[in-house]
Structures are given as structure tokens and as C-alpha cells.
Ligand binder design. Sequence first.
Ligand code: TRP
Length: 331
Amino acid sequence: MDRVILTGIKPTGEVHVGNYIGAIKPALQLAEQSQSSALYFIADYHGLTFLQDAKEFSRLSYSIAATWLALGLNPEQVTFYRQSDIPDVFELAWILSCVTSKGLMNRAHAYKAIVDRNDESGLDKDTGVNMGLFTYPILMAADILLFQSNQVPVGKDQIQHVEIARDIAEEFNKKFGDTFTLPSYSVEKEIAVIPGLDGRKMSKSYNNTIPLFDSPNNLQKKISKIKTDSIPPGEPKDPATSSIFSLYRQFAMPEQTEEMRKKYMEGISWGEAKRELYEVMNSFLEGPRRKYDELMADRQNIDRILYEGARKARAQAALTMELVRNRIGRC
Ligand code: TRP
């Protein structure tokens, strides 16, 4: 049987170059493998644990869908859907919550981090914690187990959540008989850290990102802000320690990258290196940017695509739910 690869995408802020290189690009490559069926979904109701502004919730949900589609996700090849279009997820989440010990949730890193912060500030330990946030890992387990997923590609911060899903599956299987496939996480190891404008890892929390779908003008402005050292034009520069080079190679063809490496040895100026980075990034992003704008201008079209994905996903989900309901004796 095919391996099932599944991952959820939370609607967060504006997608940046680091998100693209670190998560989107590898996930799209993984989906191309013929031996697996891939399900990628917008985890909108996970977003609701922190995103409680109707306009923003809606805009970000569409924006993240449009981003993936614009970058080449093929809905014929990947089952691409919105979590909240699959009611079975929420029924399963309840059933799973009944076989999950509260202690397991108390030990989840994300929740514990908030409790620790509250402790340090002398606040009640559960200040700012809603029940959705507390049981977040159970909803995520339902996402994963509903489709009998084998492999769950995630960032490092989500490894524990996949392990929790596996623990919950084992617990259910032990109580009610073999039902769920035990999922494993996978993390991209090959991916280099993508430097932001200040040289640290590109991250929203450092405020050093390059947005993916900004105007060419703004892209150029951002690139001009990348921090460089004071080696003057004409003197050799080390590509290995250059943020400009790290970004360049992610968007250039291998031959272009080699060419650029030579130019570094020959003492290309930082201004020139930035100009070349802009050229290569902008020519890569032109197509997706146009596609993104088109998609965002016709949200009904996004709805249609996601709904078609949900139709396929619901058919799969129904099979698991029939088994689950049977196992628990809900006849
Ligand atoms: N929690 C994940 C994140 O923050 C998103 C997510 C929700 C997810 N459900 C999932 C990831 C299921 C993998 C599988 O990034």
C-alpha cells in the first residue's frame, strides 16, 4: 500500500522566504514522490486557538492556501483541503480525548512553556490558556490518525506533537484493538539555516524576514538592508559566511551559483552581489507572485479547490471513522 504523508499548515502571519525554503519547498518535493499519497491541509481550527479576529482569520486562511498553490502545489497530486471542512476530525478529536490522560497534555512543551512563563511572572499558571490551546495536541492527533498517516513532515518544534499522536494511537489500539497506523515524524535535515536581514536565522520573531510576495520594489529595498561586513570591492569574499550567497544559491541554477562563487573570489562588491541576488530572486518569484495575486482576487476559486480536496479527504476519513465507531461500540 502507498505510504500516507500528511502535514498541516497553520495560518500564521505573512509567509517569508525562510518559510518557503525551510518548509514549503521540501514539502512540495516530498509530494512528488510517486510511492506515497500526500495530504496537506490548512489547519484553520488550530489557528483559532490564538487567532480570534474574524477578518484576520479569514484572510490568513486564504492567504496560506494561495501561497501553496502559487508555489506549485498541484491539487490533482496532493489532497489539499481545509481542516474545518472535515467534520470527522472533530468527532475523532473528542473520542481521542477520552483515551488521553490529562497528564500527557500537561507535559506538552507548548503548554508547559506558557505555564513556566506565567510562573516566572507570578501569575496564575493557566493565565492566557484556553482549552483549545491545552488540547491542541489531541486535535492534531485526530488530523494525523484520521488518515492512517505513516509519515508526518514537521519542523523541530512539532516533533513532540507527533509523538503524542503516536502515544494516543497506541493507547486506543491497546484498549479497543488494532485501529490506527502509528505515525512517525520526519524533519528536513539537509536544509541549511536561512539567514535573515541581520544574519540570524530568518524568523518572524526576530523581525528580520524577507516577505515572499511583496512588490519588486520592496523586495529590492529589503535586500539592500542585508547586513554585510566592510570588505571593500575588489577584495575576495567568503561565500560560506555570506547571507547574500546563502540566499542566492537557493534561487539560482547550480551553474549560476558556481559563477557567483567565482565572482566572490574575484572581489565582487556587496552592492553588486545584492543586485544579482535581487535579479535571481525576483525572476523566480515573478510567476508565483502573479499567481498569488490572482488567487487572492478570487477566493471562491480557492474555496472550490479546497472543497474538492475535502471531498476526497472525507471519503478517506469515512473509512477510518466507520472502523473507530465500530471499535468503541457505537453501533
Ligand atoms: N501544529 C502544526 C504547526 O504548528 C500544524 C498542524 C496541525 C499539523 N495539525 C497537524 C502538522 C497535523 C502536522 C500534522 O505547525
